[in-house]
Design a protein around this ligand. Sequence first.
Ligand code: PEP
Ligand code: MG
Length: 754
Amino acid sequence: MNSAAISSPRILLRHLRQVMAGAGEAEHRLQKIVELIAANMIAEVCSCYLMRAGDMLELFATEGLRRDAIHKTRLRLGEGLVGDIAAHARPLNLSDAQAHPQFAYRPETGEEIYHSLLGTPIMRGGRVIGVLVVQNRTRRHYSEEEVEALQTVAMVVAELISSEEMISSEELMDTAGNATLPHRLAGRVLAEGLGAGYAVLHEPRIEVIKTIAENPAEELGRLERAITALQEAVEAMLTSNHAAFTEESREIFEAYKMFAHDKSWLNKLRDAVGSGLTAEASIKRVQDDTRNRMKAVTDPYIRERLSDLDDLANRLFLHLEGSTGIDRRHLPRETVVVARNMGAAELLDYDRVHLKAVILQEGTRSSHVAIVARALGVPVIGQCAEIVDLVEQGDYILADGEHGQAFLRPGDDVKHIFAKSVRHRAERQAKYAALREEPAITRDGQRVSLNMNAGLLIDLEHFDLAGTEGIGLFRTELQFMVRSRLPKVEEQTALYSKVLDHAGDRPVIFRTLDVGGDKMLPYLRMKEEENPALGWRAIRIGLDRPALLKAQLRAMVRAAAGRNLSLMFPMVAEVSEFIEAKAILKKELVRSEGYEGGAPKNVRVGAMIEVPSIVWQLPHLLKYVDFISVGTNDLQQYFYAVDRGNSMVADRYDMLSSGFLSMLRFIVRESTRADVPVSICGDVAGKPLEAMALLGLGYRNLSMSFEAIGPVKEMVRSVDTSRIESFIEALCEAREHSVRQQMRAFARDHSIII
Ligand code: PEP
Ligand code: MG
């Protein structure tokens, strides 16, 4: 079907307005609406299903299906195509509906003769309250315009339903099945910690009271004024002192500002108003569209951008209402922010004193908000399904960022247990703070070097507090990821200088860009890859696009003029790759002799060991490197062929298995034999039990996130390595899938604090 099949949306909306304003019962008007849609979209069928108590979708009005099916045909949430649309809250556009595996035939409707189907959810307050469907006999694909037209009509129907005549508000509440009962919600830890407070909904609920505009010209004027106010507010945010908090946050705000001026977004809003919707309904329409796109997108960068647009829509809505929403900078009491998702800039927007935790419906550990939250020490629980729908503004919430769960409206017993956990955590933190100045020396006198992983300037604040020797891994890509354009050599130089200035005599190991896989750069055009983790990433990009690597190495060399420079290359899979990368560095070092300030005093070049192929070339590689650092996150991923970000398999294999420990043993033995320093900078270094195994294998240099330093130092000080070595040796030979239990028992028997 082509778009000529629908008359102008404006005419449809005008007719709908007449129906809405007309006399008669709501149900009668709903019937009129479906008839109108069918005629307008040249569809043989248009039906409306509404959600009743018990998550049951009931046919309320139809043109084209048998009328006696009204109030008889019912589908459970998730059942049939209608139930599927409701369950996923997204439209379905099918040219052959009956071939779809979800198709559920209902003989009383007489729908067997219709093949194509277009359906869209009817939403209210973020909840699905019904489904609107059109069907045709022919197998045809409905156009974009038709999908949009049906979504618009769904908004009008939502307005009609909430007039309460068809389904009581109690029943509508009931369908959401949440009322005000306490809830435990499972999620994933995106940033560790415990926090409790009152819910603040990050996004205002966009409630559209009126969908169709009385006076479109006036509506356009309202929209334009709100857009200008929004753009000014974003500008003010950028110039305020707060925005200058760190360079990273300013970069994020810059990208955000660009979106507030995005022509295609603004035109979509204007078009929606032009079609006869109110300004509020237009914002909602465009926002729903963005959210639907967001669901389909897996690319993390595009998701971040869509999430920016989503947030801008919320802000625009507030400007339209003449409100600036809650004052994020001056929260009145302990706050737990609840959001579907949010950008890092928005997190920085909140008052740090009262912000106790963040709970997200989506989010991953590598999203910007998680990276920044960890640096700020704000606990974040992500992937908490339905939290946004379940929570009400002001609800009390406990965020357990130790076990990845949240308690909504908890009872006294749960509050009591949580308070105990908070006390224990505070005691532990105090104990770790007291250990800050103490050396990391084992009971048998072995010195262990504990270092910190960093990547943002915010991390430097923790550097002084963590009681570490240096930075064992500086992930330079984080700086690139939070920017909207490639940082120039001068900017990179300034950043690396700052890090080195701050570190003083303490060593810092910079890692060159490790992008690709799940770390995308907006300005680096990358082809979609079927297996990004096995694809064009890290040093592979550096060698294929030497200009990028050269620029970064030049910046590092300049920043280290007259002082020490340590750097390493990620994802080295072949010795030749390391040799090639080092040759590029050499050239930069030769150039640097002519610089003002001169060349670095002492340059150490290392390789990350995170691809199994390089392990079997170690004796050869060790002749060329000054040090190696084992990235167990990726090494484990490639060793077991498990996607580290896929929760279905990520925990399937244990690092504490005979197989993996044997590989780590081989690496440490080879490097010791060649007298090349070796460290571990993957996440396992920050887990006391795993770190105990590493000591047993012979590792003496570990790098981890700042909050892990305390617990690991405590473990180190309680261990006797001479005893553990033979024990771990035996475990390597045990051929066990997991030796975790044996290790725990060993720690208990030998009073090792893990
Ligand atoms: C690793 O792979 O273990 C590592 C430290 O690097 P990243 O987590 O940044 O990939
Ligand atoms: Mg890695």
